[in-house]
Ligand binder design. Structure first.
Ligand SMILES: [Zn+2]
Length: 465
């Protein structure tokens, strides 16, 4: 009798665990055999291309994604918003002395239309305030290296632009630290303010040419035309919801937008595509859960996390239990608990259970900033990320022309879609995981404790007292 009672208590528990196992095996199977992310990403990359927020390509991409989601029984909806946007124009960075040469260059985001001008060039080292003290850049174009200085925190490009403008420079040219004719796209700031002076990324090779000329005191003159401009843009996050039984929800997100000069197939075509397969798998195999599951393709991450900021603003009053962010997620090798202590054992258990996968990176616990989980962190919501592995050549072309579909590995997509489906399903159904939301005060001291306050302040994103 005693044994029977014990058995009766244990049976439901064992059954649930076993049915989860069987379900999770089907999820992995579907991720590999039913893989749909690869073809969707090919369409996004080739038919739409680079998906800069507010561009026609971005809107076209949203339509492709929505159409593909509907084909798998999902009901995507757009959450529209307006933000300070930026449009790339027909800019030109041209050397006119000692000879004529149009440089390969990309304006940084929020660089604003400026009448064309000619000026000399002056070396301003790394662009720290003290570099400008001796550079003599007044009225000139400041040339800045992006090589890091050992033992000193690297300066942000937004800080260099301010230092340059304060010193009277008329523009800044950032020499890329990677060789091979490459550029490094990025923002002039994250607030949406027109940059104080035009700023461009130029190649390592053309940068070295300027450095050698200046070293030999050969007068260098350049002509800079800036037609890119800041303007308000309308965009949208794309959202799919699988309603749950409780009022809590799990948000699984990835940024949908990318830089314009490539196809954004790695950054963040990968996260976008993995999330697509997660949506497909959960819709087919586990549409009903304890907590709601909300799949969100954020827009405008590259321009300053705008979509995630707007999402958190809009859904602030809801009980978001956990947010998962996938940005350039390759083959999953583990998880980052991001300083969320109560999720560490849970993630460790999951990593230990994935016996057929390479989980060699285990569970890390290092929060970081500057991707879509940041607005969640700032709002006190637990946010975690998977740890993905990418081959070197896949990240080499980061924020440049070469980020194209050619770099995408189908197997990596399947692995990650399978693991994230299971992770999401467990988070949505494990009722032993508490709902914890930090207060502003707790968040501020937690960020300080993890060494993130300083960087957020320098970026102008510290929202606390
Ligand atoms: Zn990204």
């Amino acid at each position: 009798m005693k044994h029977l009672a014990l058995l009766l208590v244990l049976v439901p528990v064992i059954l649930t665990a076993q049915s989860h196992d069987a379900l999770h095996q089907r999820m992995i199977g579907s991720a590999f055999l039913g893989n749909a992310s690869y073809d969707m990403l090919m369409r996004l990359s080739d038919e739409a291309g680079g998906r800069w927020i507010g561009s026609p390509q971005n809107e076209q991409g949203l339509e492709i994604l929505a159409e593909e989601l509907r084909a798998h029984g999902l009901e995507p909806r757009l959450e529209r918003f307006t933000v300070p946007g930026w449009v790339r124009g027909d800019d030109e960075v041209r050397m006119i002395a000692p000879s004529d040469r149009v440089f390969r260059a990309a304006a940084l985001g929020y660089v604003h239309r400026t009448p064309a001008f000619e000026a000399g060039v002056a070396w301003a080292n790394r662009g720290y305030v003290e570099d400008f003290d001796t550079a003599g850049v007044a009225g000139k174009i400041a040339l800045v290296t992006q090589d890091r200085l050992q033992g000193r925190e690297s300066i942000l490009r937004s800080e260099v632009i301010i230092n340059a403008a304060d010193a009277g420079a008329r523009a800044v040219l950032f020499i890329n630290s990677k060789k091979g004719g490459m550029l490094l796209c990025g923002m002039g700031n994250f607030q949406g303010d027109p940059a104080a002076v035009p700023a461009f990324s130029i190649t390592w090779e053309e940068g070295q040419r300027l450095v050698r000329l200046l070293d030999r005191s050969v007068p260098v003159r350049m002509r800079i035309t800036t037609e890119s401009y800041c303007t308000e843009v309308e965009s949208a996050n794309l959202v799919c919801t699988l309603p749950g039984r409780s009022d809590e929800k799990i948000v699984v997100g990835a940024h949908f937008d990318s830089w314009d000069i490539g196809q954004g197939s790695i950054d963040n075509g990968l996260g976008t595509a993995i999330l697509f397969d997660v949506a497909r798998i959960l819709r087919a195999l586990a549409p009903e859960n304890e907590r709601s599951i909300e799949l969100v393709w954020f827009n405008g991450e590259e321009m300053g996390l705008w979509g995630a900021r707007k999402y958190v603003e809009k859904h602030r009053g809801e009980k978001i239990h956990t947010a998962i962010n996938m940005d350039m997620t390759g083959s999953i090798r583990g998880f980052n608990a991001m300083g969320i202590e109560h999720l560490r054992p849970f993630l460790q258990g999951l990593a230990d259970g994935m016996t057929g996968f390479d989980m060699s990176r285990g569970v890390m616990n290092h929060p970081w900033t500057n991707s879509d989980h940041q607005p969640f962190m700032l709002a006190g919501i637990p946010a975690i990320t998977p740890l993905g592995h990418l081959d070197k050549h896949m990240v080499h072309t980061y924020h440049d022309f070469g980020d194209t579909f050619d770099l995408v590995n189908r197997k990596y997509l399947s692995e990650s879609a399978g693991v994230v489906s299971i992770l999401t399903h467990l988070l949505a159904n494990d009722t032993t995981l508490p709902y914890i939301r930090r207060s502003d005060e707790e968040t501020a001291s937690w960020l300080t404790e993890h060494g993130l306050a300083e960087r957020l302040k320098r970026q102008g994103e510290w929202i606390f007292e």
